[in-house]
Design a protein around this ligand. Sequence first.
Ligand SMILES: C[S@@+](CC[C@H](N)C(=O)[O-])C[C@H]1O[C@@H](n2cnc3c(N)ncnc32)[C@H](O)[C@@H]1O
Length: 211
Amino acid sequence: MSDKISYARVKSDVESARTYNQRKQSKHTQEMAMIEDAMRHVRGIATLLDAPCGVGRASIALARMGLQVTGVDLGEAALELAESLAAEAKVPVRFERHDLFALPYADRAFDATLCFRLLHHFESPALRGRLLDELCRVSARYMLVSRISPLSVTSMRRRLRLLLTGKPIKQYSVSARELHAEMARNGFEPVAKSGRFALFHSLQLQVYSRK
Ligand SMILES: C[S@@+](CC[C@H](N)C(=O)[O-])C[C@H]1O[C@@H](n2cnc3c(N)ncnc32)[C@H](O)[C@@H]1O
């Protein structure tokens, strides 16, 4: 397992950005509902960093809630599509191209940060730790972080498949315990969780607040 940052999943090309925007509607609706549900536990904030923002679907939904949203991603094509979708939706979102491992923002620059559907791309706990350190650094009050549960049927099936066929796992699971420990190291404590029963639903969204 390498501790070197992989940029293999960055959506720099038009095709991958377009494909992501055409994500299955039922999945998209479910994921946006998960974010909306998590936001019920986030109170009194004005600014939010959506990192990574991809094609801006959460950024747009959160800006619609009246938040001042900054969406950050490394993928040029994803950001271009995000800009045009936000313009189409007539919601103001600031989109910027940065590497999440080295953000140019001051400590605690945003009230909250959402990190949705990225952590599972990294196998190395050290890399996950580095990513979370940087996101926590720029967050003053709340962190919302998604993870794939190791307890879901899908995660168990992936591990079994690896064992039986050697087919590599592409989405790495993280236990709530591991994530809580990383967040505690950064001064955050868990306040809520959004996501359906983990056995059948891999994706879980944890909400943390600064202690
Ligand atoms: C699965 S998408 C999720 C996007 C968004 N959160 C959503 O749910 O629609 C992951 C995104 O992470 C971006 N990404 C991967 N590594 C990155 C890095 N080091 N810095 C910034 N963005 C990165 C990719 O370009 C891609 O748009």
